[in-house]
Design a protein around this ligand. Structure first.
Ligand code: GLP
Length: 235
């Protein structure tokens, strides 16, 4: 595991963008696993500016996102599809047909979970997976549990996650109570994992995840077993 401690959020964002840029440059047709949340926003801004400077090219890149809220249509401004379009995809030359976010409105959610895993497998897995971390140690929407769930699955969101994410909604009641998330298998099968964590409030869960016991009660702790994990953090 490599931990890059940075002085501030701007530096964190540049470092994370360096690692993602290196991946795109070394393998232009790579599969990037992407994340939402407030932490990667600066990283996406950096990637956009590198694209504008013609330093990186997304034309052959395929993306697979970690998760989506159940019940939100792609054009809902709180959906993760909308987040990805507005924070990255609309500003770079990625082929929209090669961007993938699980659907939160599938008629058959279980079939959607299977479709998503098959899709990742058919792409040959993920080259670089970007992750944020929730205050309870969730990655994607893999919430604390008594077991790790390997496959893409529907998850009931925990109160602390709903509470934390309510800052983006008008009220707690507006936050969807369930989500579809990539499972631990596709994340752990990624060739490289890049975890970004920003702020004093993330330090405790970060320590627990990286140095504490490996347990499904702290989903991010499984990353200790990943052979190529880079953590970029700032307080
Ligand atoms: C959401 C996402 C996670 C993300 C987490 C942390 O719950 N599903 O993928 O890591 O938020 O978000 P933030 O970076 O805003 O703290």
């Amino acid at each position: 595991m490599r931990i890059i401690h940075t002085e501030n959020y701007e530096q964190l964002s540049r470092q994370a963008a360096n690692i993602i840029s290196a991946q795109i440059i070394s393998k232009p047709n790579c599969v990037l696993g992407l994340a939402t949340g407030s932490t990667p926003i600066g990283t996406y801004k950096e990637l956009i500016s590198r694209f504008e400077n013609k330093d990186i090219d997304f034309s052959e890149v395929t993306t697979v996102n970690l998760d989506e809220y159940c019940g939100l249509t792609p054009d809902n401004d709180q959906s993760y599809r909308y987040f990805m379009n507005t924070n990255l995809f609309n500003h770079v030359n990625v082929d929209m047909a090669k961007t993938n976010v699980p659907s939160g409105i599938a008629d058959d959610p279980q079939a959607e979970c299977e479709r998503y895993d098959n899709l990742i497998e058919s792409l040959g897995g993920i080259d670089l997976q970007l992750l944020g971390i929730g205050h309870n140690g969730h990655i994607g929407f893999n919430e604390p549990d008594d077991k790790f769930t390997k496959e893409t699955h529907i998850v009931k969101l925990g109160d602390s996650t709903i509470e934390a994410n309510s800052r983006f909604f008008d009220s707690y009641d507006d936050v969807p109570k369930s989500a579809i998330t990539m499972g631990i298998k596709a994340i752990m099968n990624a060739k490289k994992v890049l975890l970004v964590a920003s702020g004093k409030d993330k330090q405790e869960i970060l320590k627990k995840s990286l140095f504490g016991p490996i347990t499904p009660n702290v989903p991010a702790s499984i990353l200790q077993l990943h052979p190529d994990l880079t953590v970029v953090e700032c307080e």
